[in-house]
Design a protein around this ligand. Structure first.
Ligand code: ATP
Ligand code: MG
Ligand code: FE
Length: 334
Protein backbone atom coordinates (compact mmCIF):
# COMPACT_ATOMS: atom_id res chain seq x y z
CA UNK A 1 0.00 0.00 0.00
CA UNK A 2 1.29 3.43 -0.94
CA UNK A 3 0.06 6.30 1.24
CA UNK A 4 0.48 10.06 1.10
CA UNK A 5 0.82 11.60 4.57
CA UNK A 6 0.17 15.24 5.48
CA UNK A 7 1.17 16.81 8.82
CA UNK A 8 0.09 20.36 9.77
CA UNK A 9 -0.63 20.18 13.52
CA UNK A 10 1.70 22.97 14.59
CA UNK A 11 4.48 24.90 12.87
CA UNK A 12 5.86 22.45 10.32
CA UNK A 13 4.23 21.45 7.05
CA UNK A 14 5.31 17.85 6.45
CA UNK A 15 4.41 15.69 3.45
CA UNK A 16 5.64 12.17 2.64
CA UNK A 17 4.94 9.02 0.69
CA UNK A 18 5.27 5.68 2.46
CA UNK A 19 4.86 2.27 0.86
CA UNK A 20 4.34 -0.79 3.07
CA UNK A 21 6.59 -2.88 0.80
CA UNK A 22 9.15 -0.33 -0.41
CA UNK A 23 9.39 1.87 2.68
CA UNK A 24 9.70 5.65 2.64
CA UNK A 25 9.63 6.89 -0.97
CA UNK A 26 9.93 10.65 -0.49
CA UNK A 27 9.43 13.29 2.16
CA UNK A 28 9.50 17.08 2.34
CA UNK A 29 9.24 19.53 5.19
CA UNK A 30 8.77 23.24 5.57
CA UNK A 31 9.52 24.62 9.03
CA UNK A 32 7.93 27.90 10.12
CA UNK A 33 10.52 28.53 12.83
CA UNK A 34 11.67 31.80 11.27
CA UNK A 35 8.10 33.01 10.82
CA UNK A 36 7.40 32.73 14.56
CA UNK A 37 10.86 33.43 16.02
CA UNK A 38 10.24 37.15 16.51
CA UNK A 39 7.13 36.41 18.61
CA UNK A 40 8.84 33.95 20.99
CA UNK A 41 6.31 31.23 20.21
CA UNK A 42 3.97 29.87 17.57
CA UNK A 43 1.27 32.37 16.44
CA UNK A 44 -1.67 30.11 15.49
CA UNK A 45 -3.19 32.29 12.76
CA UNK A 46 0.18 32.81 11.05
CA UNK A 47 0.78 29.05 11.25
CA UNK A 48 -2.55 28.25 9.54
CA UNK A 49 -1.97 30.74 6.74
CA UNK A 50 1.52 29.46 6.06
CA UNK A 51 0.30 25.85 5.88
CA UNK A 52 -2.17 27.02 3.21
CA UNK A 53 0.73 28.39 1.17
CA UNK A 54 3.05 25.39 1.60
CA UNK A 55 1.05 22.23 1.57
CA UNK A 56 0.14 21.74 -2.12
CA UNK A 57 3.62 22.61 -3.49
CA UNK A 58 5.07 20.07 -1.05
CA UNK A 59 2.55 17.43 -2.18
CA UNK A 60 3.54 18.03 -5.82
CA UNK A 61 7.22 17.85 -4.99
CA UNK A 62 6.91 14.57 -3.09
CA UNK A 63 4.79 12.92 -5.80
CA UNK A 64 7.25 14.03 -8.51
CA UNK A 65 10.28 12.84 -6.56
CA UNK A 66 8.74 9.42 -6.03
CA UNK A 67 7.34 9.21 -9.57
CA UNK A 68 3.83 8.60 -8.23
CA UNK A 69 0.47 10.19 -9.05
CA UNK A 70 -2.97 10.17 -7.49
CA UNK A 71 -3.74 7.09 -9.65
CA UNK A 72 -0.94 5.00 -8.18
CA UNK A 73 -1.70 5.75 -4.52
CA UNK A 74 -3.82 3.67 -2.14
CA UNK A 75 -4.77 6.32 0.41
CA UNK A 76 -4.21 9.72 1.97
CA UNK A 77 -3.41 10.11 5.68
CA UNK A 78 -3.60 13.35 7.63
CA UNK A 79 -2.97 14.48 11.18
CA UNK A 80 -6.42 14.97 12.73
CA UNK A 81 -5.16 16.07 16.18
CA UNK A 82 -4.11 16.95 18.76
CA UNK A 83 -2.71 20.36 17.81
CA UNK A 84 -3.69 23.88 16.76
CA UNK A 85 -7.21 23.65 15.36
CA UNK A 86 -6.72 26.08 12.46
CA UNK A 87 -3.45 24.45 11.46
CA UNK A 88 -4.98 20.97 11.62
CA UNK A 89 -7.94 22.07 9.48
CA UNK A 90 -5.62 23.07 6.63
CA UNK A 91 -3.95 19.66 6.33
CA UNK A 92 -7.18 17.81 7.01
CA UNK A 93 -9.15 19.76 4.35
CA UNK A 94 -6.46 19.35 1.71
CA UNK A 95 -5.91 15.66 2.46
CA UNK A 96 -9.63 14.85 2.56
CA UNK A 97 -10.22 16.73 -0.70
CA UNK A 98 -7.31 15.05 -2.49
CA UNK A 99 -8.55 11.64 -1.35
CA UNK A 100 -12.05 12.45 -2.54
CA UNK A 101 -10.82 13.77 -5.89
CA UNK A 102 -8.59 10.76 -6.46
CA UNK A 103 -11.25 8.31 -5.26
CA UNK A 104 -9.06 7.05 -2.43
CA UNK A 105 -9.72 6.27 1.23
CA UNK A 106 -8.57 8.83 3.80
CA UNK A 107 -7.16 7.99 7.22
CA UNK A 108 -7.27 10.38 10.21
CA UNK A 109 -4.06 9.94 12.22
CA UNK A 110 -3.37 10.88 15.86
CA UNK A 111 -0.26 13.06 15.92
CA UNK A 112 1.28 11.26 18.92
CA UNK A 113 0.68 7.88 17.26
CA UNK A 114 2.74 9.26 14.39
CA UNK A 115 5.57 10.16 16.78
CA UNK A 116 5.23 6.78 18.50
CA UNK A 117 5.52 4.77 15.26
CA UNK A 118 8.30 6.94 13.75
CA UNK A 119 11.07 4.54 14.91
CA UNK A 120 9.48 1.95 12.58
CA UNK A 121 10.82 4.02 9.67
CA UNK A 122 14.34 2.90 10.66
CA UNK A 123 16.26 -0.31 10.16
CA UNK A 124 16.22 -2.30 12.39
CA UNK A 125 12.65 -1.44 13.34
CA UNK A 126 11.49 -2.37 16.84
CA UNK A 127 9.08 -5.30 17.13
CA UNK A 128 5.97 -5.10 19.32
CA UNK A 129 5.49 -5.01 22.28
CA UNK A 130 7.57 -2.12 23.59
CA UNK A 131 7.54 0.82 25.97
CA UNK A 132 7.44 4.19 24.21
CA UNK A 133 8.76 7.38 25.72
CA UNK A 134 7.18 10.32 23.85
CA UNK A 135 8.90 13.58 24.67
CA UNK A 136 7.78 16.52 22.53
CA UNK A 137 6.83 20.16 22.80
CA UNK A 138 3.35 19.39 24.11
CA UNK A 139 3.58 15.89 25.56
CA UNK A 140 5.57 13.68 27.91
CA UNK A 141 4.12 10.18 27.83
CA UNK A 142 5.19 6.68 28.75
CA UNK A 143 3.09 4.21 26.79
CA UNK A 144 2.75 0.43 26.84
CA UNK A 145 2.52 -0.41 23.13
CA UNK A 146 1.15 -3.87 22.27
CA UNK A 147 0.63 -3.17 18.58
CA UNK A 148 -0.74 -0.56 16.17
CA UNK A 149 -3.65 1.13 17.98
CA UNK A 150 -3.13 -0.80 21.23
CA UNK A 151 -1.82 1.84 23.58
CA UNK A 152 -2.00 2.11 27.39
CA UNK A 153 -0.66 5.26 28.99
CA UNK A 154 1.63 4.39 31.91
CA UNK A 155 2.57 7.90 32.94
CA UNK A 156 2.50 11.50 31.78
CA UNK A 157 3.58 14.98 32.81
CA UNK A 158 1.39 16.65 35.41
CA UNK A 159 2.56 20.12 34.28
CA UNK A 160 5.06 21.17 31.58
CA UNK A 161 5.99 18.75 28.81
CA UNK A 162 9.72 17.95 28.55
CA UNK A 163 10.17 20.03 25.37
CA UNK A 164 8.16 22.87 26.85
CA UNK A 165 10.45 22.86 29.92
CA UNK A 166 13.50 22.96 27.63
CA UNK A 167 11.99 25.88 25.68
CA UNK A 168 10.96 27.88 28.77
CA UNK A 169 14.31 27.36 30.48
CA UNK A 170 16.11 28.38 27.30
CA UNK A 171 14.03 31.55 27.21
CA UNK A 172 14.93 32.54 30.76
CA UNK A 173 18.61 31.93 29.97
CA UNK A 174 18.24 34.40 27.10
CA UNK A 175 18.43 31.82 24.30
CA UNK A 176 16.05 32.31 21.39
CA UNK A 177 13.01 30.35 20.31
CA UNK A 178 12.64 27.39 20.02
CA UNK A 179 15.23 26.99 22.72
CA UNK A 180 15.58 23.20 23.23
CA UNK A 181 18.41 22.61 20.75
CA UNK A 182 20.16 25.87 21.77
CA UNK A 183 19.98 24.91 25.44
CA UNK A 184 21.46 21.50 24.64
CA UNK A 185 24.35 23.13 22.75
CA UNK A 186 25.06 25.50 25.65
CA UNK A 187 24.85 22.66 28.20
CA UNK A 188 27.64 20.83 26.36
CA UNK A 189 30.00 23.59 27.52
CA UNK A 190 28.68 23.57 31.10
CA UNK A 191 30.27 22.15 34.24
CA UNK A 192 28.13 19.25 35.53
CA UNK A 193 29.51 19.69 39.06
CA UNK A 194 28.51 23.30 39.72
CA UNK A 195 24.76 22.96 40.34
CA UNK A 196 22.65 19.93 41.14
CA UNK A 197 18.90 20.12 40.53
CA UNK A 198 16.38 17.56 41.86
CA UNK A 199 15.05 14.56 39.88
CA UNK A 200 11.33 15.36 40.32
CA UNK A 201 8.94 12.58 41.41
CA UNK A 202 11.60 9.85 41.33
CA UNK A 203 11.52 9.37 45.12
CA UNK A 204 8.02 7.88 45.04
CA UNK A 205 6.46 5.08 43.01
CA UNK A 206 4.68 5.83 39.75
CA UNK A 207 5.49 6.90 36.23
CA UNK A 208 4.20 10.46 36.09
CA UNK A 209 6.47 13.46 35.56
CA UNK A 210 6.68 17.07 36.69
CA UNK A 211 9.10 19.45 35.01
CA UNK A 212 7.89 22.92 35.92
CA UNK A 213 9.82 22.95 39.23
CA UNK A 214 13.10 22.40 37.36
CA UNK A 215 12.46 25.49 35.29
CA UNK A 216 12.00 27.47 38.53
CA UNK A 217 15.21 25.99 39.95
CA UNK A 218 17.06 27.07 36.83
CA UNK A 219 15.58 30.56 37.14
CA UNK A 220 16.61 31.01 40.79
CA UNK A 221 20.11 29.59 40.22
CA UNK A 222 20.57 31.92 37.26
CA UNK A 223 19.13 35.00 38.98
CA UNK A 224 20.65 34.56 42.45
CA UNK A 225 24.23 33.69 41.46
CA UNK A 226 26.58 36.60 40.69
CA UNK A 227 27.02 36.38 36.91
CA UNK A 228 30.21 34.98 35.40
CA UNK A 229 31.24 33.74 31.97
CA UNK A 230 30.02 30.16 32.43
CA UNK A 231 26.91 30.70 34.58
CA UNK A 232 24.33 30.19 31.81
CA UNK A 233 26.12 27.09 30.49
CA UNK A 234 26.44 25.59 33.98
CA UNK A 235 22.72 26.16 34.70
CA UNK A 236 21.82 24.69 31.29
CA UNK A 237 23.95 21.63 32.07
CA UNK A 238 22.35 21.10 35.50
CA UNK A 239 18.89 21.43 33.93
CA UNK A 240 19.61 19.01 31.08
CA UNK A 241 21.22 16.48 33.43
CA UNK A 242 18.17 16.59 35.71
CA UNK A 243 15.69 16.09 32.84
CA UNK A 244 17.74 13.31 31.24
CA UNK A 245 18.30 11.49 34.52
CA UNK A 246 14.62 11.73 35.46
CA UNK A 247 13.50 10.39 32.07
CA UNK A 248 16.01 7.51 32.27
CA UNK A 249 14.89 6.55 35.80
CA UNK A 250 11.22 6.46 34.73
CA UNK A 251 11.98 4.54 31.52
CA UNK A 252 13.81 1.89 33.53
CA UNK A 253 10.84 1.69 35.89
CA UNK A 254 8.39 1.37 32.97
CA UNK A 255 10.43 -1.47 31.45
CA UNK A 256 10.56 -3.25 34.81
CA UNK A 257 6.82 -2.78 35.37
CA UNK A 258 5.77 -4.06 31.93
CA UNK A 259 8.49 -6.67 31.54
CA UNK A 260 9.25 -5.36 28.03
CA UNK A 261 12.84 -5.40 26.81
CA UNK A 262 12.43 -2.80 24.08
CA UNK A 263 12.23 0.95 24.59
CA UNK A 264 11.24 3.33 21.80
CA UNK A 265 11.91 7.05 22.11
CA UNK A 266 10.34 9.72 19.91
CA UNK A 267 9.27 13.36 19.84
CA UNK A 268 11.52 16.41 19.50
CA UNK A 269 13.41 15.91 22.78
CA UNK A 270 14.29 12.43 21.49
CA UNK A 271 16.83 14.25 19.30
CA UNK A 272 18.75 15.25 22.46
CA UNK A 273 22.19 13.63 22.36
CA UNK A 274 22.66 13.27 26.10
CA UNK A 275 19.20 11.70 26.46
CA UNK A 276 19.95 9.21 23.68
CA UNK A 277 23.27 8.24 25.31
CA UNK A 278 21.74 7.85 28.79
CA UNK A 279 18.93 5.62 27.49
CA UNK A 280 21.39 3.49 25.49
CA UNK A 281 23.39 2.88 28.67
CA UNK A 282 20.26 2.11 30.72
CA UNK A 283 18.84 -0.29 28.12
CA UNK A 284 22.18 -2.06 27.62
CA UNK A 285 22.50 -2.45 31.39
CA UNK A 286 19.15 -4.29 31.42
CA UNK A 287 20.06 -6.43 28.41
CA UNK A 288 17.41 -4.67 26.32
CA UNK A 289 17.49 -2.35 23.35
CA UNK A 290 16.47 1.22 22.64
CA UNK A 291 15.18 2.48 19.27
CA UNK A 292 15.09 6.08 18.02
CA UNK A 293 14.01 7.69 14.78
CA UNK A 294 16.74 9.63 12.96
CA UNK A 295 16.92 13.16 14.44
CA UNK A 296 14.84 14.77 11.66
CA UNK A 297 11.98 12.34 12.32
CA UNK A 298 12.00 13.06 16.08
CA UNK A 299 10.40 16.46 15.47
CA UNK A 300 7.24 16.88 13.39
CA UNK A 301 7.32 15.41 9.88
CA UNK A 302 5.08 13.90 7.22
CA UNK A 303 6.86 10.55 7.11
CA UNK A 304 5.50 9.41 10.47
CA UNK A 305 1.96 10.33 9.41
CA UNK A 306 2.26 8.49 6.08
CA UNK A 307 3.61 5.44 7.95
CA UNK A 308 0.89 5.48 10.65
CA UNK A 309 -1.75 5.97 7.95
CA UNK A 310 -0.41 3.09 5.87
CA UNK A 311 -0.44 0.72 8.87
CA UNK A 312 -4.00 1.76 9.76
CA UNK A 313 -5.18 1.43 6.17
CA UNK A 314 -3.57 -2.02 6.05
CA UNK A 315 -5.57 -2.90 9.17
CA UNK A 316 -8.77 -1.95 7.32
CA UNK A 317 -9.36 1.49 8.79
CA UNK A 318 -11.10 4.22 6.74
CA UNK A 319 -12.09 7.72 7.80
CA UNK A 320 -15.49 9.06 6.79
CA UNK A 321 -16.08 11.87 4.31
CA UNK A 322 -16.06 14.50 7.06
CA UNK A 323 -12.94 16.57 7.73
CA UNK A 324 -11.69 15.52 11.15
CA UNK A 325 -9.73 17.95 13.33
CA UNK A 326 -9.54 17.80 17.13
CA UNK A 327 -7.42 20.17 19.20
CA UNK A 328 -7.49 17.69 22.10
CA UNK A 329 -7.55 13.92 21.67
CA UNK A 330 -6.29 11.19 24.00
CA UNK A 331 -3.91 8.64 22.52
CA UNK A 332 -5.86 5.90 24.30
CA UNK A 333 -8.96 6.97 22.36
CA UNK A 334 -7.61 6.10 18.90
P1 ATP B 1 3.56 17.74 20.18
O1 ATP B 1 4.13 16.67 19.33
O2 ATP B 1 3.46 17.36 21.62
O3 ATP B 1 2.32 18.32 19.62
P2 ATP B 1 5.52 19.44 18.97
O4 ATP B 1 5.08 18.75 17.74
O5 ATP B 1 5.61 20.93 18.97
O6 ATP B 1 4.63 18.96 20.19
P3 ATP B 1 8.03 18.23 18.43
O7 ATP B 1 8.10 18.88 17.10
O8 ATP B 1 7.93 16.77 18.49
O9 ATP B 1 6.93 18.89 19.36
O10 ATP B 1 9.33 18.66 19.26
C1 ATP B 1 9.66 19.99 19.47
C2 ATP B 1 10.27 20.10 20.85
O11 ATP B 1 11.49 19.37 20.90
C3 ATP B 1 10.61 21.54 21.22
O12 ATP B 1 10.17 21.78 22.54
C4 ATP B 1 12.14 21.57 21.12
O13 ATP B 1 12.74 22.50 21.98
C5 ATP B 1 12.49 20.16 21.53
N1 ATP B 1 13.83 19.74 21.05
C6 ATP B 1 14.23 19.57 19.78
N2 ATP B 1 15.53 19.19 19.73
C7 ATP B 1 15.96 19.13 21.03
C8 ATP B 1 17.19 18.80 21.66
N3 ATP B 1 18.27 18.47 20.95
N4 ATP B 1 17.25 18.84 23.02
C9 ATP B 1 16.14 19.15 23.74
N5 ATP B 1 14.97 19.48 23.21
C10 ATP B 1 14.86 19.47 21.87
MG1 MG C 1 7.44 22.20 15.80
FE1 FE D 1 4.91 16.73 17.44
Amino acid sequence: LCVLGIETSCDETGVALYDTRRGLLAHALHSQVELHAGYGGVVPELASRDHVRRVLPLVRRVLEEAGETGDTLDGVAYTAGPGLLGALLVGASVARSLAWGWGLPAVAVHHMEGHLLAPLLEDPAPEFPFVALLVSGGHTLLVDVQGVGRYRILGESLDDAAGEAFDKTAKLLGLGYPGGPALARLAAEGDPGRFRFPRPMTDRPGLDFSFSGLKTRALTAFRDTPPDATLAADVARAFEDAVVDTLAIKCRRALEQTGHGRLVVAGGVGANRRLRAALQVMAADRGGAVFFPRAEFCTDNGAMIALAGALRLQAGERAGLEIQARARWSLEGV
